[in-house]
Design a protein around this ligand. Sequence first.
Ligand code: NAD
Length: 565
Amino acid sequence: MDKPSKRWLIVTLAVGLQSKPKRNNTRSRQAVVTYEIIRFMAQSIPANSPGAEIICHDPTTGEEIGRAPLTMPEEVARAVRRAREAQPAWAARSYSERGRLIIEARKIILRELEEIAFLVSLETGKPVSEAVAMELTTSLDLMQYFARKTAKLLRPRRISVGQYWTMGRSSYEIYKPIGVVGIISPWNFPWATPLDEVVMALMAGNSVVLKPSELTPLTALKIKEVLSGAGLPDDLLQVVTGDGSTGAALVASGVDKIMFTGSVATGRRVAEAAAKYLIPVVLELGGKDPMIVLDDANVANAARGAVWGAFANCGQSCAGIERCYVHESIAETFIAEVVKETKRLRQAAGTEKSTDVGSMSSERQLRIVERHVNQAIDHGAVALTGGERLRDVAGPFYPPTVLTNVTHQMDVMREETFGPVLPIMTFMTDAEAVRLANDSDFGLTASIWTNNIGRGQNLARQIDAGTVMINEVVYTHGIAQTPWGGMKQSGLGRTHGAAGLLELVRAQHVHVNRTPFLPDLWWFNYDEDAGKLFRGFARRFASGSLVQASLLLPDMIRRWRQPRG
Ligand code: NAD
């Protein structure tokens, strides 16, 4: 390894290169560079190596597509300090001023839609059209929504004070910006996930320091470019590209809140570190999302939904269908439909036209998929499609894989696979379906398919997941108005919707007494009359009944008039 002082140390983090030589591929002569070696190299970088870079690769071809700085901890701390200085002036601007800037940024995104979608595809391997549908469209919608509605969502809210109004009291809540929000994001939706949170945090009056995934820093830098182009002062949004050490530095750098999206393991580390500084965290973590297909479901549409839900984004969606439970009576037809639809999918480079499923985003993720599928097959699972990585093409291509004969003893039904794998089990009763769906450490989303909406809603109430969709899969992350977040190990807190916006502000309760000329009845001295009145409060005032409380009026007036010394 180079000396700590050496500048321009280059770190290769993204891996498009496969570990085996490929037929008909010039890259087969290239050095074999596996993710593990690269991680080792990254970990071996001396912490004081300013100038180090991330080399970004197209995961499909392995070609270099750009470079980004590996931000050192002291630079992260400086970025946070600058963000803190810039924030008050931004918070002083009105919601409509902030909203106008976001709308300007929207215009730039619309002008550069193709270029941005292409970049996202290049950095992740996903189809360009999918980047437009699942990332750009959804964030454009969120931008217009929060640009227009934040003022309304964060307007002061009256709070009922129960019977205290009879004493001239009232309360309301106001919402103040938190200050500097640190956002740490993953690679699977490198545009929408961070941008949505950036927009909401800015609209709430905060400044932001964003640490994107080391696999997708270029997309994050594009977010910065777009917002700067729209006129956002430079220090209000800073992007600190880097790996986990940069993320850890951000948590330790004095931000006021961390919005983290990523794996359970890293989320736990982030929460532990944040606890040390007593800063709140929102954790959007992994999922093992179940799909339940009831006996009265529209089988053809449920099958199409299952195929999209499991294989969109090459299965690398936190809310992707990771487990499917179908009623025994329709299982044969449903599985046949799923297999038919899966075989129709066209898998190729994401940058090619008409690709349905691209490559995976990294060799490391493909290895996890391989491990889950191989273990399942070794224990009796049957692959009706796929089941093995594609060996005759370059890049981390894993084909859409439908598995049957799976059990809850297999990792593929318990751990997050995060790849194009759809394992299917059958059930006999609604209660069994609910039990299977809930038999998981995760609880991000779930989906129920039925023609009887009432039956679906009844089952939805019994499922432990942050979102339950009826006759739908995955997509509600794309609805700006609805809350997003998990139960159990899938996380803490919410992003999106009013609940997500409230995570980005400090709520302050203001309480007003409009009778400043009267001492409170419960203040000193505690003489005998006071004791009698307090007991009356306990019995009557605290009953919630105005009639009961009014019976105390003579005692209350007496105490108000009584000299207290
Ligand atoms: P990851 O946990 O490996 O990394 C997430 C981010 O954390 C990256 O930016 C990484 O550099 C950073 N990081 C790593 N170590 C850190 C540390 N010690 N301190 C601070 N930051 C650190 O996750 P990933 O592989 O990038 O993303 C995939 C995971 O994200 C999956 O589990 C997926 O389910 C989850 N995810 C969840 C949601 C959701 O909304 N719940 C959305 C997208 C992805």
